[in-house]
Design a protein around this ligand. Sequence first.
Ligand code: ZN
Length: 221
Amino acid sequence: MSADFAQLAGEIGKIERGGADVVHLDVMDGCFVPNMTIGPPVVASIRGCTRLPLDAHLMMQRPDRFLDAFLDAGVDWLSVHVEADAHLDRTLNHIRSRGARPGIALNPATPLALLEEALPLADFVLVMTVNPGFGGQKFIPSMLKKIDRLREMIVSKGYRTRIEVDGGIGPDNLGEVLEAGADIIVAGSAIFGFPGGASAAVAEMKRIAAGGHKGGAGRPG
Ligand code: ZN
């Protein structure tokens, strides 16, 4: 959501050249969050301009109504908010049955306890480290402990669930987020607002990430 929406193909080309692994798409409905972004037709157009996996993060009420529309548009990873879907079990199973990777997203104030039953059904958990709705917000420091506790929860149960962290991450705090146990890092304004350009920002964050971290579940592949 931090890219120039009128130049999406060019913006995606920049992050590809920097070495990005995944394109993260923030879908906002103007109801679950106080902002609106893109829907399935735009996602389908993006699908046509990159070979990178598309990771759609549905910040919307009742995401179950739109799962097939986003899957038909070509997303590879699809996460829904635990706060917005009363039938998470059905939703996650449906995403997997369509050949995509299901994920569960949590707002900063949502306790990890809500994940307990659904965790085995998800390939990844998306921890929001800002309140969703706008780009350019500051990382909430207490979320580091939440990431760490989630990592412990996953390891203690023997799952391979990966942890994706989204919100306020850039070169300055990337190291501590990885150290807390993140496997997948989302960055928006840190990339598209980087003085040296988006390609250089991605390359710099990849360089920092290559320094190693303790998240044991492996890299996305
Ligand atoms: Zn997101």
